[in-house]
Design a protein around this ligand. Structure first.
Ligand SMILES: Nc1ncnc2c1ncn2[C@@H]1O[C@H](COP(=O)(O)OP(=O)(O)OP(=O)(O)O)[C@@H](O)[C@H]1O
Ligand SMILES: [Mg+2]
Length: 229
């Protein structure tokens, strides 16, 4: 069993003249421990694929098995539970809750998963220390730099120890040096065994991943593993 098994995946948006075939038959297998980049031009379907892999969206047709479970057959509640427990998300715009501190942002998904407040705070603190923010626990997002906000978002994404961490243009809103720091953090996480899928249109960002999948017009046109690792 592979972590991710996708077969003949399609996603159609809209109907009639507004109809867009965003994905047109994606076959993809991802093993636990991989670090994969999805690249491709704007509008090629990268985010659409990421949303389906992350159970934020459902395919129009095709099969998706995650950790051996047929995702397409799950109910809305089961999907939400899977998203919370087994998947982590990192976005270009960080998507932190502005009224909550860094610590409280990381505590949230733990509380939602039923972890006791005391244990949730302990784990959140440890995660923030792991991403280098042990001295920023009580800061709110507006009091943090972009790179620090993205670190909080990464800690939050890791809160429930997900089987897969998905990141959509995680360095898109950061300057080059800060973006590179975030990429180093992803590399560290992967070295510790974390499975990562990173969506980007930046080939320099994709170069840190051991595997690159290129999408064009909703289809995979290239799937390469670099020999460097
Ligand atoms: N909710 C939606 N409703 C209708 N069409 C959509 C929707 N989301 C995406 N699309 C269309 O599907 C196609 C793929 O979009 P997607 O967002 O996956 O591209 P992308 O590769 O992530 O692009 P970018 O690099 O600009 O983020 C595009 O043509 C887009 O216009
Ligand atoms: Mg996108």
């Amino acid at each position: 069993m592979s972590l991710v098994e996708v077969q003949g995946l399609t996603r159609v948006y809209g109907q009639g003249r507004a109809r867009v075939e965003a994905l047109r038959g994606i076959d993809l297998v991802i093993e636990a421990g991989e670090f994969m980049a999805i690249i491709g031009p704007s509008g090629s379907g990268k985010s659409t694929l990421m949303h389906i892999l992350g159970c934020l969206d459902r395919p129009t047709a095709g099969r998706y098995r995650f950790e051996g479970r047929d995702v397409t057959s799950l109910s809305g509640d089961e999907l939400a539970r899977m998203r919370n427990r087994r998947l982590g998300f990192v976005f270009q715009t960080f998507n932190l809750l502005g009224r909550l501190s860094a610590l409280e942002n990381v505590v949230m998904p733990l509380t939602y998963a039923g972890v006791s407040p005391r244990e949730a705070r302990r784990r959140a603190r440890a995660l923030l220390e792991q991403v280098g923010l042990g001295d920023r626990l009580t800061h709110r997002p507006a009091e943090l730099s972009g790179g620090e906000q993205q670190r909080v978002a990464i800690a939050r994404a890791l809160a429930n120890d997900p089987g897969l961490l998905l990141a959509d243009e995680p360095t898109g809103n950061l300057d080059t040096a800060t973006g590179e720091e975030i990429l180093r953090l992803f590399e560290d996480l992967n070295r510790q065994g974390r499975t990562l899928v990173l969506v980007t249109h930046n080939p320099g960002v994709a170069a840190v991943a051991a595997r690159t999948v290129e999408i064009r017009d909703g289809r995979i046109c290239r799937d390469e593993r670099s020999g460097a690792r």
